[in-house]
Design a protein around this ligand. Structure first.
Ligand code: ADP
Ligand code: MG
Length: 332
C-alpha cells in the first residue's frame, strides 16, 4: 500500500498509537489544531507545527519572499487562534537549495520578523539545512491560554449555531486569478487575501474568554473540510445556508464577471484563516455582542444536526449533501 491509497487523515490515525509516553499533563495530543498541555496551575501551553514546500504550497516565482515569510507564520498563528490562544515562541527551520540568493532569504526573514513583531512572537531558534532543489519552511509555534478556555474540535452539539469570524473564499479566488491570468478590476484585493491572510487571534481570544462557544477550528483547508473535522470529531452533522455564508464584494463580483461558481470558492477554497465555531443557540446573541463590542465579525451560517451528514441549503429550499473529508495532500 502507498500513502496515496491511505490518505493523509488515515495515516495520521495510524501513527497515533504509542505516541504518548508520559500522559500526565497532556490535555490533547494528535488530532486538533494544536497540542495542548498543562503548564502551571490553570494554564495551558499550545503547540503547533506547519511545513511549507515549494511547488506544493507555494511557487517561488509567484509569491514575493517577504509575503511567503508572513504567510508561513500566519498559518501557525491561525492554529493558535483556532484554540483561542495567544501566540508565544517560534522555531523556524528552512531547507535551502544551494543556488538561492541571499537577498531572497533576507526578504523571507523580513516578512517572518514583521509578522512576528505584530503578534509579539519571539523567534527563539530553528534549523538551517541544504535542500536538493526546493525551498522548505517549517514553523513550530507555542501559544498560551487559560486551560479552561481552550476550544477543541470535538465539542459541537446538535442544535448549536455554526458561526464564522470572517468572510471566506477570497484567498482561493486570489489563487485562481494568479493561475488563470484573468483580468479583474479588484485584482489587488483578492491577491492580498491569498498572499497576506490575517489570522484571527483577537476574535479567537474574545470567543474563548467568553466561555460561550462549544467548538472551534480555523479555515485552512476550506469550509466544507474544516466543518467536516468538527462534525467528525464531535460525532454530529451540520446544515449550512449558502446565502448566509459571508463573502467579500470582490469575490462576488469576480465570480459574476467570469461566470464562476462562487460555491466552489466558498466551500473548498482554503487558506482564509478565519475561525469556524459552534455555540449553543441561547448563547449566540451574547457571543455576537462580545465580538461586535471588540469590532470583530460574527456570521451565523447554519446549525449542527444530530444526523451526521453535512448539508448545503440553497435559498429556494433545495439542498445537497457535501463530502465530509478535508483537503488531503495525497489524494489526487
Ligand atoms: P492543521 O491543518 O490544523 O494544521 P493538520 O490536519 O495538519 O492540522 O493535522 C491534524 C493533526 O494531526 C494535528 O494534531 C497534527 O499535529 C497531527 N499530525 C499531522 N501530521 C503528523 C505527523 N506526521 N506526526 C504526528 N502528528 C501529526
Ligand atoms: Mg488548523
Amino acid at each position: 500500500m502507498k500513502i496515496g491509497d491511505l490518505g493523509e487523515f488515515s495515516f495520521i490515525e495510524r501513527i497515533k498509537p504509542g505516541c504518548l509516553n508520559r500522559k500526565s499533563g497532556i490535555v490533547s495530543g494528535i488530532g486538533d489544531d494544536c497540542a495542548v498541555f498543562q503548564a502551571g496551575k490553570g494554564r495551558a501551553i499550545l503547540l503547533t507545527t506547519d511545513m511549507l514546500i515549494e511547488d506544493i504550497h507555494f511557487r517561488r516565482h509567484e509569491i514575493p519572499p517577504r509575503l511567503l515569510g508572513r504567510k508561513s507564520l500566519a498559518a501557525s498563528i491561525s492554529d493558535i487562534a483556532a484554540m483561542g490562544g495567544t501566540p508565544g515562541e517560534a522555531l523556524i527551520s528552512i531547507g535551502i537549495p544551494r543556488n538561492l540568493e541571499i537577498d531572497y532569504l533576507d526578504h523571507l526573514y523580513d516578512g517572518l520578523k514583521a509578522i512576528a513583531a505584530e503578534y509579539e512572537i519571539n523567534i527563539l531558534g530553528g534549523d538551517t539545512v541544504l535542500s536538493p532543489d526546493r525551498l522548505v519552511v517549517n514553523i513550530a509555534l507555542t501559544g498560551e491560554e487559560d486551560i479552561e478556555q481552550v476550544l477543541y474540535r470535538d465539542g459541537a452539539k446538535p442544535g448549536d449555531i455554526i458561526f464564522l469570524s470572517g468572510k471566506v473564499g477570497s484567498a482561493a479566488a486570489g489563487l485562481d486569478l494568479l493561475k488563470s491570468g484573468r483580468e479583474f478590476e479588484y485584482r489587488i484585493a483578492l491577491l492580498e487575501s491569498h498572499f497576506n491572510p490575517v489570522p484571527h487571534v483577537w476574535s479567537g481570544r474574545v470567543i474563548a474568554s467568553s466561555g460561550l462557544a462549544s467548538s472551534m477550528i480555523d479555515i485552512s483547508d476550506g469550509l466544507a473540510g474544516d466543518l467536516g473535522h468538527i462534525c467528525r470529531d464531535s460525532g454530529v452533522g451540520a446544515a449550512i445556508e449558502l446565502d448566509n455564508i459571508p463573502v467579500s464584494k470582490e469575490l462576488a463580483s469576480y465570480c459574476s464577471l467570469h461566470r464562476l461558481s462562487i460555491e466552489n470558492f466558498i466551500l473548498y477554497g482554503g487558506e482564509d484563516y478565519v475561525l469556524l465555531g459552534t455555540v449553543p443557540e441561547d448563547s449566540s446573541p451574547a457571543l455576537e455582542d462580545a465580538l461586535k463590542s471588540q469590532e470583530c465579525e460574527y456570521y451565523m451560517i447554519g446549525r449542527i444536526t444530530e444526523e451526521k451528514s453535512i448539508k448545503l441549503l440553497y435559498g429556494d429550499g433545495r439542498f445537497r449533501e457535501l463530502e465530509r473529508s478535508g483537503y488531503d495532500h495525497f489524494h489526487k
